[in-house]
Design a protein around this ligand. Structure first.
Ligand SMILES: *Cc1c(COP(=O)(O)O)cnc(C)c1O
Length: 370
């Protein structure tokens, strides 16, 4: 059997063996005591990982489904919201809001740079009717981690009542995150990034204040009506058929993540991301994101001038069996590569990826100076 490719992409990420074994177990019926016990263990683990005392609802969709669920459950057409657009995923918050008639006020940090909190606070003060602020924990398209606690502080200092919604789809598990300690009102994530599962599950948790906003929301909804999920959860149930196999796998992945502690798991990713940054700098390459705000989940590297970034990625895969990601959107495609350190990625995989990068760059004639 040929070797499996090494996935260093920021989703889907490597699924470790114990999780794969769990995913291969027989499917049980979801309205049983046996499955309820599994759901309970999964939800309890998610609460620890989210850092919340609120229930974490498990939805069947990719991560974007939970983003949409937050917009349509918290807001109504005509409401105003601030969207922090530090990259492609920040932009996605804005696109979802606009699809539902929310009036969007954009805050545009320079991609790769931290958010200017003073300027953000000013925007809030100038827009006192803003009902929600949408941010990203790890902006996967640039490798930047946003200062969620700092954003919350700015909202409070501006005297704003805006709810804070955070896309932690790629950051959860890798970047330090605590929904309750950071003062987050809606946190969303997905299965195929730091949670080391195949795609197909999304997670969402709301603060008490956010649940109040849900009552006021007039946006039409059905599948993503979180009242249904909350009601069902009171009897350890889901309103629709859950992705049984993925939930069984989730219990296993959470056991791995929480084995020591969520903090230790994130710190391990921090060390690995630093390892990648040091190694690529030693190759003479430039990092895209300011190291002061670099995420533990993914590192973006500028492709040296004169090198075709698409070809670089192609050869890393064809010659070395390592899959790295390119840039998203026309600004970045062909110009950057991204190496993920989320989930189950370890030094063995990173060394293979870094060696492949160095060797292909050399072959492509780029001066990989030491
Ligand atoms: C991957 C990702 C998404 C999109 O998630 P899907 O599961 O593809 O819907 C959204 N936000 C961030 C930050 C991501 O990394």
């Amino acid at each position: 059997m040929s070797q499996e490719p090494i996935l260093l992409t920021p989703g889907p990420s490597i699924v470790p063996l114990p999780v794969r074994e769990a995913l291969g177990r027989p499917i049980i019926h979801h309205r049983t005591k046996e499955f309820q016990a599994i759901l309970k263990e999964a939800e309890a683990g998610l609460r620890v990982l989210f850092g919340t005392s609120q229930e974490v609802l498990i939805l069947t969709s990719s991560g974007t489904g939970a983003m949409e669920a937050s917009v349509i459950n918290l807001l109504s057409a005509g409401d105003e919201a601030i969207v922090i657009r530090g990259g492609k995923f920040g932009e996605r918050w804005g696109e979802i809001c606009e699809a539902f008639g929310i009036k969007v006020i954009n805050v545009d940090p320079v991609w790769g740079k931290p958010l200017d909190l003073a300027k953000f606070q000013q925007t809030l003060q100038q827009n006192p009717n803003v009902k929600a602020v949408f941010s990203t924990l790890c902006e996967t398209s640039t490798g930047v981690r946003f200062d969620i606690a700092g954003i919350k502080k700015a909202i409070t200092q501006a005297g704003s009542k805006a709810l804070l919604a955070v896309d932690a789809i790629s950051g959860l598990g890798s970047d330090p995150f605590s929904m309750d300690a950071f003062g987050v009102d809606a946190a969303v994530s997905g299965s195929q990034k730091g949670l080391m599962l195949p795609p197909g599950l999304a997670f969402i948790a709301l603060s008490a204040r956010a649940w109040e906003a849900v009552k006021a929301s007039k946006t039409p909804k059905y599948y993503y009506d979180l009242n249904l999920a909350k009601k069902a959860w009171e009897s350890t149930d889901t309103p629709f058929t859950p992705a049984v196999g993925l939930v069984i796998g989730l219990v296993e992945s959470l056991r791995i993540i929480l084995k020591d502690s969520a903090e230790k798991f994130a710190a391990h990713h921090g060390a690995n991301a630093q390892y990648v940054r040091d190694a690529v700098k030693a190759m003479g390459l430039e990092l895209y994101a300011d190291p002061s705000c670099a995420s533990n989940a993914v590192t973006m590297i500028n492709v040296p001038a004169g090198v075709d970034g698409k070809e670089l990625i192609k050869q890393i895969q064809s010659k070395h069996g390592v899959i790295v990601a390119g840039g998203q959107g026309k600004e970045l495609v062909g110009k950057v590569i991204r190496i993920a350190t989320m989930g189950a990625v370890g030094r063995t995989e990173l060394d293979a990826g870094l060696k492949a990068l160095e060797s292909v760059l050399k072959e492509m004639g780029a001066a990989a100076q030491k």
